[in-house]
Design a protein around this ligand. Structure first.
Ligand code: HEC
Length: 121
């Protein structure tokens, strides 16, 4: 009987130890991007990022259906979720820019805030 009590006490303490370890490993929730007070327009903030990184493929040939020399196509990709999905390398999306480094976080945040704040021209 004593053995059983000791054994269960040991098992219980192991379980508690494992549980508390798991809790400390848990990652903190990611805060949503704060876009308040960010005045971004396509012509001043976004166009150069897109033209530098995307338009060499997505131009008048409309690669994958997008000519990013025109704001209408950028808006279309923004509204159907593919613009952020591809540049953030989200699961289920092609990684863009293709065969090049991921955009820097400042550029990605700018594009996200531009979309969130109503895609001003
Ligand atoms: C080197 C050429 C190249 C560059 C640079 C490039 N793309 Fe693409 N993109 C492609 C090709 C090819 C496809 C179609 C095949 C695929 O999805 O991989 C595509 C597909 C896409 C799609 C459609 C994905 C879908 O699921 O329908 C989007 C949106 C896109 N690109 C956005 C961008 C953006 C935004 C940039 C710049 C940050 C960019 N691309 C840069 C070649 C490129």
């Amino acid at each position: 009987m004593k053995k059983i009590i000791i054994t269960s006490a040991i098992i219980a303490s192991i379980l508690v130890a494992c549980k508390s370890k798991k809790e400390t490993v848990a990652t903190a929730p990611v805060a949503p991007l704060d876009c308040s007070n960010k005045v971004l327009t396509y012509n001043t903030d976004i166009k150069s990022i897109i033209e530098t990184n995307c338009s060499r493929c997505h131009n008048t040939n409309e690669k994958a259906g997008y000519n990013f020399l025109k704001i209408e196509f950028v808006k279309k990709a923004a509204l159907n979720g593919k613009l952020l999905g591809t540049i953030k390398h989200q699961e289920g999306f092609s990684k863009m820019p293709k065969m090049a480094n991921k955009l820097d976080n400042i550029s990605i945040d700018k594009i996200e805030c531009w979309i969130k704040n109503g895609m001003k021209e």
